[in-house]
Design a protein around this ligand. Structure first.
Ligand SMILES: C[S@@+](CC[C@H](N)C(=O)[O-])C[C@H]1O[C@@H](n2cnc3c(N)ncnc32)[C@H](O)[C@@H]1O
Length: 278
């Protein structure tokens, strides 16, 4: 199971929400806001960051199914969403949230996407979405996934797929070899087969175009400054650990890279919106 902790997901949430591309978000709203009821499946939901950012783009009645294979993250999502909402009630296994004049019914589904993608998606939905998920996935999974979404004729919207861009401030001569090693680490198996890593957004676009979807992409970089110091401070050792695991740089080089104080970073992501034909 993944090492994503509620603490790490909470630390990145503000930067994630800030990074999302506004034009693509508006295009999603244009397509779905008029639906009297929109049924949404959020894959790899973690503690619910995606619903907290995306609900505002959709209409007044929303039904969300939050899917993750990690029961602890699903439990945390169930715990924190009522506090985020204006008011909340429990209806069987679901939460009914009121937020800014909208009603969000939220169900939770524990599934491993690799083992049971159809079960994760359910039979019918209007929108399949995910945040910070697809760079973990293999190109084979992405192809199969796009076909499953197309069978349901659902809209697809994903944000924050890592795209390989990274810049550290101030720069260091070790940044380039460290990035190359990090990308080699990205192309290891994160549970889906060899991860697409920075190629994931391209693979998503190609797979949805094959299914006759209209695909739009936009950049959604983290632009981290001194006010994001806690996130930068967590990012640096996580990045160095991944590089160390590859064995591509000496321990001395990794230590020298770590010793460089950083006051900012750019981490590139891509957002993708894919609309079904008709
Ligand atoms: C980077 S986190 C993103 C979480 C959340 N979407 C967010 O933006 O904060 C990736 C999420 O995908 C989930 N995940 C990874 N592999 C999965 C799989 N095979 N099946 C279901 N969920 C998976 C992890 O448990 C984690 O919650």
């Amino acid at each position: 199971m993944s090492g994503f902790t509620p603490g790490w997901l909470a630390l990145r949430e503000a930067a994630d929400h800030r990074a999302r591309d506004g034009m693509l978000a508006m295009a999603l709203a244009d397509r779905l806001q008029a639906n009297p009821l929109v049924r949404v499946v959020d894959l790899g939901c973690g503690t619910g960051s995606n619903i907290r950012a995306t609900y505002a783009l959709l209409g007044r009645q929303q039904h969300w199914t939050l899917v993750d294979y990690n029961p602890l993250l699903l439990e945390k999502a169930r715990e924190v969403l009522p506090a985020w909402a204006d008011s909340a009630t429990i209806r069987g296994d679901e939460l009914v949230l009121q937020k800014s004049g909208k009603t969000l019914v939220v169900a939770f589904r524990q599934r491993d996407l690799v083992v049971d993608l159809d079960g994760a998606l359910g039979r019918e939905c209007d929108l399949v979405t995910a945040s910070a998920l697809f760079d973990l996935c293999s190109e084979g999974f992405i192809a199969k996934f796009a076909m499953a979404v197309a069978q349901r004729k659902a809209v697809f919207y994903t944000v924050l797929t890592y795209n390989g861009v990274q810049r550290w401030m101030p720069e260091n001569t070790l940044d380039a070899p460290m990035a190359a090693a990090f990308h080699a680490h990205q192309n290891t198996d994160k549970g889906f087969g060899i991860s697409a890593g920075p190629r994931a957004a391209g693979a998503l676009a190609a797979a949805f175009r094959r299914a006759d979807y209209a695909v739009r992409e936009a950049d959604s970089p983290w632009l981290l400054t001194r006010s994001d110091q806690a996130l930068v401070a967590a990012l640096v050792p996580g990045f160095a650990n991944a590089v160390s695991e590859t064995g591509r740089l000496s321990a001395a080089d990794v230590a020298a890279w770590l010793a460089q104080a950083r006051y900012g970073a750019e981490v590139g992501h891509t957002d993708t919106l894919a609309l079904p034909p008709g």
